[in-house]
Design a protein around this ligand. Structure first.
Ligand SMILES: [Zn+2]
Length: 704
């Protein structure tokens, strides 16, 4: 038979019904108009009504998608799953089913169905509370679009008034279209488009009568009636909808029986309950990207704007680093008493964060991102910043430091405190060149250097290389007692790899809106020269030795230049290896979340090994050596006693190689039988620490 939504079965109104309607209507509307308070209430309500929004514009809530750097979908963001569908694309079955079960007189009333209002009013009065809604489709839409969900007579009246307004401005088709796009069908599906694809992998016009009946039935109680969890309840409701379809002449008796058969055979087991939820792969990386996107575009635009956001994520690198961290902690964490870690990978030339591992297990419910949020002491990984500050002031790799007793008197109000740092091996090496002090991570020599160049110059360098956390202005900062994130450490080191250029680390690149128009290209964050190329080259040259024959030798990879630094903090609470190849900077941190000490975990151990394993799985490209360093190193022979160039009388010597320009260093004078002092140079040349460095903005000196 021809299904017509306009032909509704007429039912004779019984005398009782007419009587009730008259009574209720007079109470509701005539009554409101006759007393002063009631008139005031009505006026107040009318004045507080929100303006009717444009119903024509369907697509104001869309899915924002996050893509990896090679265009794979890694995450989606939306309030609920939503696929807008136009009225003409919905097919008749779902329209008929929804009208039949939710509002059979939809095509007759003008927004408010007074018959149902009357019926509901009587029932509510009998029940003593608001039990039955009697909401028409238009009223439900009005509530959904403009009002809260609270149950009150005031809201009910507002709903009715708004429904009247909507009906005055829009046709029934437009109202039903918007309703079917707004209504929630459970399982994360908002609107019929999302629901059809969620439950049946179909578009709405492909739904059978039975399927349409099931979906229409869900509207009443989408969570409770979810067919995935309450199969019987959903089935029962489906039969109610089919009955309503038959009773309202939308389907014939035969179609009714066929649909019942179809409903009986339907199977929902194959549906995955997760399908309606937002996608969130590589959550440490993606949640950080979402935060950055919200910072840049605002929450509303990111959640509802249907943006496509391409990120810097290298899927392979991310998976690989995640598995290395989990495996290393799983296999060795127990014996070292360490339970967590983090790793950040930055591409040097671009500042792009290619991978970000914020912990070992997001799925366990632990959502703390150690890579970007954990503030931990960097220990000796902070030292290269101080050595770079010294190089800026004219110090060289050969400048001699005192790895002996070093005292720092600190003023604390009226009192003074004496700080006497010691080396981790408890020994002193006496005078030692800067390059050796860094390679062997000597604490006392480093504090000697900090006294010479000042803590303020270290603070200044930290700020210029991208350390964002608040650092304490204390002498021990030179040994890494300030707190930083792994991301900040990777950022700072990438400046050295980049010949002194700082790139703001970025995760977002190209952002387009729902119409595929370019919103922003964030591929190139801002950058600046943090230190001169000449200085950065000297730092890199010094750090190369750490991974080849220093404390970070466990990170060594034959055939690939690696510059880096280990870090181990007081009582073994934090262990780091931060290092870079020509292409990447990678920071690895390990420690316990409660800041309890590990069992003698050194940065040169598990972190350096994890670093090596991670780096081995990454594509390094053709460039295996730093292009700004000499391919053939300059070799020099030094006197072991004076650490000056070997003279004719020096007995014990050692060789040193330089890939950055070797420093100007005089010959040894100590080993001559008669000491000769060069009048121009003196015994040991030390540049003037107050020499101002050119070009860079000066930070304010800190008085300690
Ligand atoms: Zn000598």
């Amino acid at each position: 038979m021809k299904r017509s939504k306009y032909t509704l079965r007429r039912r004779a109104l019984s005398f009782f019904r007419v009587f009730t309607v008259v009574i209720i209507l007079s109470v509701l509307f005539v009554g409101l108009g006759t007393t002063m308070t009631a008139r005031k209430i009505k006026r107040d309500i009318e004045q507080s009504l929100p303006p009717i929004r444009d119903l024509d514009h369907l697509e104001d809530k869309r899915i924002t998608r996050f893509l990896s750097s090679d265009g794979k979908l890694i995450a989606t963001l939306f309030k609920e799953n939503y696929k807008p569908v136009k009225f003409e694309d919905m097919g008749d079955n779902i329209k008929n089913a929804v009208v039949a079960i939710e509002d059979a007189r939809f095509y007759q009333h003008n927004g408010v169905d007074y018959r149902s209002v009357a019926r509901a009013a009587v029932q509510n009065a009998l029940a003593g509370r608001i039990q039955q809604g009697a909401s028409t489709i238009t009223m439900q839409l009005a509530r959904h679009l403009y009002l809260s969900d609270e149950q009150s007579y005031e809201r009910k009246i507002k709903e009715a008034l708004l429904a009247r307004k909507i009906e005055q401005e829009y046709g029934k088709d437009k109202i039903l279209e918007r309703y079917l796009n707004e209504v929630y069908f459970g399982a994360g599906s908002m609107g019929i488009g999302a629901a059809s694809s969620r439950y049946f992998k179909k578009t709405p016009d492909q739904l059978t009568v039975a399927q349409a009946a099931l979906l229409a039935g869900l509207i009443q109680s989408p969570t409770y009636l979810n067919p995935l969890t309450n199969h019987r309840g959903a089935r029962y409701r489906q039969i109610q909808v089919l009955t309503a379809l038959r009773d309202n002449d939308y389907i014939t008796g035969q179609e009714f029986r066929d649909s019942l058969d179809e409903a009986r055979q339907a199977d929902f087991d194959e549906l995955t309950p997760e399908a309606g939820r937002p996608l969130l792969k590589y959550p440490y990386f993606t949640t950080y990207s979402m935060k950055k996107a919200i910072d840049a575009f605002g929450e509303k635009k990111v959640y509802e704007g249907g943006l496509t956001i391409r990120t810097t994520l290298d899927l392979k690198a991310q998976k690989h680093m995640e598995s290395v961290l989990t495996e290393m902690l799983g296999r060795y964490g127990g014996s070292y008493g360490v339970n967590n870690g983090a790793a950040v990978l930055i591409e040097n030339k671009t500042g792009h964060i290619k991978a970000l591992v914020g912990g070992k297990n997001w799925r366990s419910g632990d959502r703390f991102n150690r890579a970007t949020q954990a503030l931990r002491q960097p220990g000796s990984t902070f030292k290269p910043l101080l050595y770079t500050a010294a190089l800026e002031r004219g110090y060289t790799q050969d400048t001699l430091l005192n790895d002996g007793e070093v005292k720092w008197v600190v003023k604390d109000g009226n009192k003074t405190k004496v700080w006497k740092p010691i080396n981790s091996d408890g020994r002193e090496k006496g005078k030692i060149p800067m390059r050796e002090a860094l390679r062997l991570s000597r604490n006392q020599a480093t504090v000697d250097l900090a006294q010479k160049v000042g803590v303020w110059s270290l603070l200044d360098m930290a700020e210029r290389t991208g350390i964002k956390s608040e650092l304490p202005r204390v002498p021990s900062l030179a040994l890494g007692t300030g707190e930083v994130t792994p991301l900040d450490m990777a950022t700072a080191y990438s400046c050295f790899a980049n010949q002194g250029t700082f790139h703001e680390p970025t995760v977002l690149t190209l952002v387009t809106d729902a119409e595929n128009q370019k919103l922003a290209d964030m591929s190139h964050g801002w950058s600046r020269q943090a230190t001169s190329p000449e200085v950065a080259e000297q730092t890199v040259d010094m750090m190369l030795r750490v991974a080849s024959r220093g404390t970070g030798a466990a990170a060594f990879i034959p055939g690939l230049q690696i510059a880096g630094k280990t870090g181990t903090t007081d009582s073994f609470k934090d262990a780091w290896f931060v290092g870079f190849t020509p292409r990447y900077t990678l920071a690895v941190w390990m420690g316990n979340d409660d800041n309890s000490p590990t069992r003698h975990l050194y940065g040169g151990d598990l972190p350096a090994r994890a670093w090596r394993k991670m780096m081995l799985g990454l594509p390094q490209g053709r460039q295996k050596t730093f292009d700004f360093l000499a391919t053939t190193p300059v070799k020099r022979v030094y006197c072991k006693k004076s650490h000056r160039l070997k003279g004719a009388d020096c007995k014990e010597t050692y060789a040193e190689t330089f890939r950055a320009p070797a420093p100007q260093t005089p010959k040894c004078t100590e080993c001559k039988s008669t000491k000769v002092f060069d009048v121009n140079i003196g015994e040991v040349e030390l540049p003037d620490p107050l020499q101002t460095r050119p070009d860079y903005p000066q930070a304010r000196p800190v008085i300690l």
